[in-house]
Design a protein around this ligand. Structure first.
Ligand code: UTP
Ligand code: MG
Length: 603
């Protein structure tokens, strides 16, 4: 299997484990024989006489320990009893070590696999993550990998145990009495038919189980992260219903599998008991008619061996079950591992020049969609240090346009360049570290205020952080928080207001002193006065930074060096405010509509 390489660093444990198991199984297999000696020679009448008559290993042992004829039946019981005890202890010791090494190998395997899978997930492009869905990725990273770990552990422990019990047990049984072997031979076909029937039906169901689990995870994930909306629209009942249906689906399929599996145990027990009865019967008849050295001890050992063999078949079944689960899960994990990130960096990096960003005949459509492209015929040159504003109605493609700069998506046609180099030829880290992108929706992390800002630049000093907060007009409210910069922010910034979140996100973008600063509607929740202050301090502190600013309000864009008006997925006009007012009707319309609302367009 493709995932086997993850076991390689742990191969020592993976090899030792089955070897240790051999020790345990040998011990287990020898116990019934020793018990037979105790019964036949230690307990039965004429035991001593039988021992001498039978000769062989037990006779040799007694003679070696006590000298010929120098022992009683009690000493036989004690000798072999102690031997059994020692074997159990040693076997147990081997067994424990085997379990430990198997666990060590399996957990190491799981740990490494999970690391790599996670790295892969992180490298996937936005489009690919969306395709897998978050719920499914979470299941694949957790549950599916756990299944694989369980499987590896199982195989390491059972790959030796079951066949050894099966073969060893059969040989021992036949060496006790050939007729016992016949009993086993008769019960095997029955057993196999049942197992094959059950497994062939249950195995295909495992991939369905995992899919339903995906669904449950997706629903939980969506609702927990969207808890506020769910509550605001009083949709709890509906969402609980949705969860119930996903959960019910999971239960149904699990029950279906378990119902099938439930057949195995009773059938196995019945067959086992019949085999035991057959052995007692054969043994009993032979003993009473005194045929061919059948003894009570033989019958007892026979019963134990038959049980061991049948149990080992049971274990093989469990292994099959585990294999089929592992195959289903393995496929899902491999699917993630083999997804090549569609957006992959190259090795170039551009030098700062006069022109920061260009769009050349760019058209763009979201991957997997068809119809009219979201953007078309985009030609734009953005000079270094310039402030370019982008305005346009909702859904006209503003976010899509700026997403092409840090390569969240690739342009369908045409080229986007940063510092004269096509973004597709950039080293991704080099490209993205030139850019700060303040998103339309502020994403904050559950950490302190300072650390959230530091996200933009990991080695930022406290002073740099305070400076960034001042530029972003965030320092006032931060200083009013109970612990200032050390105040803890709840998950996703839930403890802050919309405008506060936006200002923190801006500070995070500013702290890095990027070459290109992109605000995607990032000032929408600020009042005009604060926004104006922000603009002024940006102009002051970050003169060389190229700012691309998407906004809905004329007041926000008015002072920009140029304003690009986007309509129907293309740039209609790109000029300063005054020129646009004269020449661009769309712009005038926007201006007029915002004036009419009584907005204070100037300040
Ligand atoms: P944008 O997200 O670029 O629009 O989507 P916008 O101009 O920024 O809009 P606002 O102002 O933030 O609201 C442009 C088009 O691309 C489609 C949308 O349907 C929209 O019509 N789109 C967007 C996709 O097909 N897939 C996406 O992942 C995002
Ligand atoms: Mg947008």
């Amino acid at each position: 299997m493709k995932l086997a390489k993850y076991l390689k660093p742990y191969r020592l444990f993976a090899i030792i484990s089955p070897l240790l198991m051999i020790g345990e199984v040998m011990g287990d297999l020898s116990l019934p024989f020793l018990m037979r000696y105790i019964v036949d020679y230690g307990i039965a009448e004429n035991g001593l006489f039988e021992l001498v008559k039978a000769g062989g290993f037990p006779y040799e042992v007694m003679n070696f320990l006590y000298g010929a004829g120098n022992y009683s039946q009690l000493s036989i019981i004690i000798t072999f009893g102690v031997m059994m005890l020692l074997i159990v202890l040693v076997g147990g010791f081997f067994g424990t070590l085997c379990a430990y090494t198997a666990a060590k190998a399996a957990q190491g395997f799981g740990h490494d696999l999970r690391c790599d899978a996670y790295k892969r997930v992180m490298s996937l492009s936005i489009e690919q993550t969306d395709k897998f869905t978050t719920g499914s990725l979470v299941t694949r990273m957790t549950n599916d990998i756990s299944m694989l770990v369980e499987f590896v552990e199982m195989v390491l422990r059972m790959c030796v145990r079951s066949p050894m019990f099966l073969i060893g047990g059969t040989i021992m049984l036949i060496s006790l009495n050939v007729k016992f072997g016949v009993v086993l031979l008769c019960s095997l076909p029955l057993l196999l038919v049942t197992l094959i029937l059950v497994l062939s039906k249950s195995v295909p169901l495992y991939s369905v189980v995992q899919k339903r689990l995906d669904k449950v995870n997706s629903v939980v994930q969506e609702n927990v992260s969207g808890a506020r909306v769910v509550k605001a629209y009083v949709r709890e009942d509906y969402e609980i219903e949705r969860f119930m249906s996903a959960n019910g689906g999971l239960k149904d399929i699990n029950l279906k599998v378990l119902r099938l599996m439930a057949i195995i145990t009773p059938v196995l027990t019945i067959i086992q008991n019949f085999a035991i009865i057959a052995i007692i019967l054969i043994g009993g008849i032979d003993i009473s008619s005194g045929i061919g050295g059948m003894t009570v001890g033989n019958v007892m050992a026979g019963i134990t061996y038959v049980t061991q063999v049948i149990m080992s078949i049971m274990m093989v079944t469990m292994m099959f079950q585990s294999i089929s689960r592992a195959i289903a899960s393995g496929k899902r994990v491999i699917e993630v591992m083999e997804t090549e990130p569609t957006i992959k960096g190259a090795d170039k990096s551009g030098e700062e020049g006069d022109i920061a960003v260009t769009f050349e005949n760019v058209s763009f459509r979201y991957p997997g969609t068809c119809g009219r492209p979201v953007l078309h015929d985009i030609n734009l040159e953005i000079r270094r240090g310039e402030t370019l504003a982008i305005i346009g109605s909702t859904g006209c493609g503003k976010t899509s346009l700026v997403s092409l700069i840090p390569r969240f998506y690739d342009a369908t046609e045409g080229a986007v360049t940063v510092d004269g180099v096509n973004v597709k030829d950039y080293d991704l880290t080099a490209l993205r570290s030139k850019i700060s992108f303040v998103m339309q929706k502020s994403e904050l992390f559950s950490d302190t205020v300072a650390n959230n800002i530091r996200w933009g630049k990991t080695d930022a000093s406290d002073e740099e952080i305070k400076e960034a907060a001042r530029v972003a007009q965030a320092s006032d409210f931060i200083e009013h928080l109970p612990d200032g910069y050390d105040s803890y922010i709840a998950e996703k910034g839930a403890s802050l207001s919309g405008g506060q979140k936006q200002r923190l996100s801006i500070a995070r973008g500013v702290v890095r002193h990027p070459e290109i600063l992109i605000f995607d509607d990032a000032t929408s929740a600020l009042d005009l006065a604060t926004e104006a202050k922000l603009r002024r301090s940006l102009n002051e502190k970050m003169k060389d930074t190229t700012v691309i600013m998407i906004a809905q309000r004329i007041a926000s864009v008015k002072e920009a060096d140029r304003i690009a008006v986007i309509e129907d997925g293309t740039i209609k006009h790109c000029a300063p405010h005054d020129v646009l007012m004269r020449e661009c009707e769309t712009y005038r319309d926007i201006y007029a509509s915002q004036m009419k609302k009584g907005g204070d367009i100037g300040e």
